[in-house]
Design a protein around this ligand. Sequence first.
Ligand code: AMP
Ligand code: MG
Length: 401
Amino acid sequence: MIDATRVAEILNTYTYVTPTVRLPLLAAVGRVLREELRAKGDSPPFDKAAMDGYALRSHDLGGGSGAGEIANGLSEFAIIGRLGAGDVPQAEVGPGQCVQIMTGAMMPAGADKVVRVEYTERVGDRVRITQAEPNINVIYAGENRKAGELVLSVPCKLRPQDIAVLASHGISEVLVAEPVRVGVISTGSELLSPGEPPAPGKIYDSNAYQIAAYCAELGLPYINYGTVGDDPDAIRQTYERALAENDMVISSGGVSMGEFDYVPSVLREIGAELLFHSIAFKPGKSTLFARRGNTCVFGLAGNPAASVVLFRVLVEPTLYRMMGLEPQDFRFRGTLREDIRRSGARRKEFRPAFYHEGQIQTLRYGGSSHMDAFADANCVIELDVGVTELKAGEEIYVRPL
Ligand code: AMP
Ligand code: MG
């Protein structure tokens, strides 16, 4: 049995990275960006009005700012033109003049301030300022990013807001990672697929659905090879196919010490190297990681809770690393509401919990086959090796599920 640190070290030795592909912007959402992108020009590209109003020379309003402006300076201006967003200013704004301007329009030469329309009154072809405008109301060229500045730090996973930022810089195609192709296998002669009628001694396969659902959520293409009984030949055939067709195979069940747990021996037989087989995690002690060529295999313990937790804790970070993104170990802090105790402390243990407004509530959970607690959970509590108890009121970190 190896500890979490050793598990991480071993997973880090698997360094296969997926190829790079150029994609149109919208096809790249959810992908890992592989190229450094710089602003081609200033953003925004010109000084623009931040308000609907009148662009004029602030000097004309008199010295200083605030209410004194009106008293000291001009309060009426001649309107010499009108600019909508997208228009190109023709005339320069001179002393005592202004241009009616809409939000987003390019500032005309001469003007350096926009008095918002709410602070004005139109009098024919003149405008009267009724209230001091304290703000400049101009967004300057390059204020957002200057030409040549880095737009997104690399690598990163492209979220909708990143796609928007790239679009705002006129970027229409990007180099991104190909997604990891995942093969999903459920082993166990007891497994039925949802939709099949119940049968004595049988249970429904949930792990393949869980793993496939995670892949779908992460935008990864997957092939579900279905359930395979505890039969070495059937297991061999399925793993052979899955290894040939994917970058990562994620299976569940058949990896512990039972007489029908054929997965480790079959993997060895077909030329995979087992890098670990037993880890100090609860749930999921019997979990294996193997590789053959560029393809790796996670053999997760069959218990549904193990499969959920280990996907988040071990599989997902590995998937991102394969796409070139060092995963961030995201956790958040809250106050534990009830004591937690355990007898053994040789393994790192994960328990489902519910986080709300800084409070962490434990859930009724009888152990790793009690899957439904995970439907009520939005995070997991971690009990480190050596920790036998956590006290109510303690500040702890939880991991989102
Ligand atoms: P195993 O790791 O194969 O010994 O399985 C451990 C426990 O998890 C057994 O109770 C199995 O019936 C259950 N199990 C294994 N595979 C699945 C699956 N795909 N979906 C739901 N439960 C499973
Ligand atoms: Mg089994």
